[in-house]
Design a protein around this ligand. Sequence first.
Ligand code: SER
Length: 318
Amino acid sequence: MERILVIGCSGQIGSELTLALRKIYGNKNVFATDIKQPPADILETGPFYLLDVLDYNNLLHFAVRFKITQVYNLAAVLSGNAEKIPQQAWDINMRALMNTLELARDSDAKKLFWPSSIAVFGPTTPRHNTPQLTVMEPNTVYGISKLAGERWGEYYHKRYGVDFRSLRYPGLISYKTEAGGGTTDYAVEIYYEAIRNNRYNCFLREDTALPMMFMDDAINATIKLMDADPAKLSLRSSYNVGGMSFTPRDVANAIRKHRPGFEITYEPDFRQAIADSWPASIDDSVARADWGLSDSFNLDSMTEVMLREIGKKLSNQE
Ligand code: SER
């Protein structure tokens, strides 16, 4: 029987992935943890503990006590925030990963999911339809930590037999929990501002194309990868995941189909340089061939759900 530890259950991915895992593995077998309080539905449906992944002894104690067999390590400082505190962000992102890799050696928690990102690519990478294997010279702290993390994951797999699995997520878009501090977060904020004020001042230029994915598709991809027969996994670093590709102007146009008066202005800040160093679109054919990656949302279907759900959420808060 699987007993699963989610680290970072209060964050953008964790707050949705925890509930999806509880549906599959049973509420009591999915241990939600974070350094901050989670949403009510996580508290109500199963175990939650305050746990700091940076404290190795506590982490090991926790995993042994609850007989953990799988870990989803979602703790990270995102790209924009990391640029404000480079050394600290490197330390947090790397130590969080190394602790869960070590945990896999020292306990029964041998299966580990850790998210990588399109940030592993850099300005010298081919920007369009970026291949799985290509030039990788990231120039952000976040990207450097993700690339180093992929290398460490593969190393622990080969050297110590850790069942390390990872996806290079594109920008993730969701309505439940806001991310915070990422470069792709404009594509979440824009929907909130559309509902609140029918206008948005975007921190990226209108023609900045980036790969993006709706959270439902990202959760499905994550669970599918973790379920995949290990014999099918040709990669133990991290799989490209493409999703869709769009610009801020494209999102504004998609929103106008529902809210014709929506207005957008552009005031690029330091995150423009980060976005410019990342791919515009991703080739994820290796993930499709190896373990059947698929996605179902496009910009229009996602926009419909985002506007509807954020509309409900904000009117409930009034
Ligand atoms: N969405 C992340 C960020 O913008 C990239 O992985 O930081």
